[in-house]
Write a new protein. Structure first.
Lengths: 238, 136
């Protein structure tokens, strides 16, 4: 039996990437800076986002959030207390968000006029790294309760991030958290990645974080410098 | 465990190509997975057999080419292969580098199918598809 080789060089996640590109174009047109927050479960993404939304709402900055979880709308209800519009995405067992779900949950939501759209991903340090959601900035969170070597154990997601946040700084002392070691490990897997140390509880580092957001907005219209982007995303944007 | 999602995406991508080729049987689906591709190859192989059930791809073999991690070192002015994804520094001079040139792949590369008997295809002949499909 003769055989034929059908050659096709395509990204397996081509469909997700196409949707993500369309989303990115939409965010750009609406002049909204979109951030994808990723971390393991229990790092404090929701608490951090609660604080962030409250601070921004207090400053009259228009902001909205999508929050992904396998089940329940607990997080959306927590975040909505800030006064910002929030929608819950339930993945029903899926371990990550996909661009398609972000797109469908934005339906009927006016993006124009928003300064920031936060997308809180499902708590998982593996799967979300493969799925572009059209975000301009991917933020990876690492809490002081998790251990300094998380970046070495999950290099893929840290490598794909544009910013690392160290969270729960108020617990650093009792956890004997070694900040220098954590920073060295982040640097080892993603040289040059900016790091901000924060506590949603005490507000430590929030000013630096809000300054980072403002700084990114000033970069417009993609809110990202070409140097900060992974090469394939930079190429896709051209 | 997103390998099942990836396996489904792979099937979704490969099926129309196989249908268009009109081949009676698919032998192999060849993919490339980089060190930073975010995929467990064992899980993907397992999920592939589930995802292809009751499709034209059922019975085909998934062949994975693993792609090493290669970064560009500005100091050495050349690409260097890293032993793993936990130390992004040049193995020659030690300069840190996040300038990844290879290792993020999650690509379908080729599908090997049986030719129809009335075809004159030679063994292992490579058919390039429309330009839209070869572009990445």
């Amino acid at each position: 039996m003769t055989t034929r080789i059908l050659e096709l060089r395509r990204d397996i996640l081509n469909k997700n990437d196409e949707t993500a590109r369309a989303l990115r174009a939409r965010f750009r047109a609406a002049d909204v800076l979109t951030l994808n927050l990723v971390s393991s479960p229990g790092t404090g993404k929701t608490a951090f986002l609660e604080r962030t939304l409250s601070e921004l709402v207090k400053r009259s900055v228009p902001v909205a959030a999508l929050v992904g979880d396998l089940e329940t709308d607990n997080d959306a209800r927590r975040l909505a207390a800030s006064g910002a519009p929030v929608r819950q995405i339930n993945t029903h067992g899926r371990c990550h968000l996909e661009a398609e779900w972000v797109e469908s949950h934005l339906e009927g939501w006016p993006l124009a006029g928003l300064a920031y759209l936060f997308v809180e991903n499902v708590g998982n340090l593996v799967c979300p790294s493969s799925y572009d959601l059209g975000e301009a900035v991917r933020v990876v969170l690492l809490s002081v309760t998790e251990g300094e070597d998380k970046p070495l154990k999950y290099p893929g997601i840290f490598n794909s991030a544009d910013l690392a946040l160290i969270t729960k700084w108020d617990l650093a002392l009792p956890c004997e958290f070694d900040e220098a070691a954590a920073r060295a490990n982040i640097e080892a897997v993603r040289p040059g990645l900016p790091v901000i140390v924060t506590s949603a509880k005490t507000g430590f580092g929030m000013e630096e974080w809000l300054a980072f957001l403002e700084e990114r907005r000033r970069l417009g219209p993609d809110f990202t410098s070409a140097a900060a982007r992974p090469p394939e995303i930079a190429a896709a944007a051209m | 465990m997103h390998e099942l999602s990836i396996a489904h995406s792979l099937v979704e991508l490969a099926l129309p190509v196989v249908e268009r080729a009109g081949s009676p049987r698919v032998r192999e689906v060849r993919i490339a997975v980089g060190v930073l591709g975010g995929v467990s190859v064992d899980s993907l192989l397992f999920c592939y057999d589930i995802a292809v059930r009751d499709t034209l791809l059922e019975g085909s073999r998934l062949v994975v080419r693993e792609v090493p991690l290669i970064v560009h070192c500005a100091t050495c002015a050349r690409d260097v292969e890293l032993p793993g994804p936990t130390q992004f520094r040049c193995t020659v001079c030690g300069t840190p580098s996040g300038d990844i040139r290879k290792g993020r792949e999650l690509h379908i590369e080729a599908i090997e199918v049986d030719s129809l008997e009335d075809e004159t295809a030679t063994d292992g002949r490579a058919d390039s598809l429309a330009s839209g499909e070869t572009a990445l």
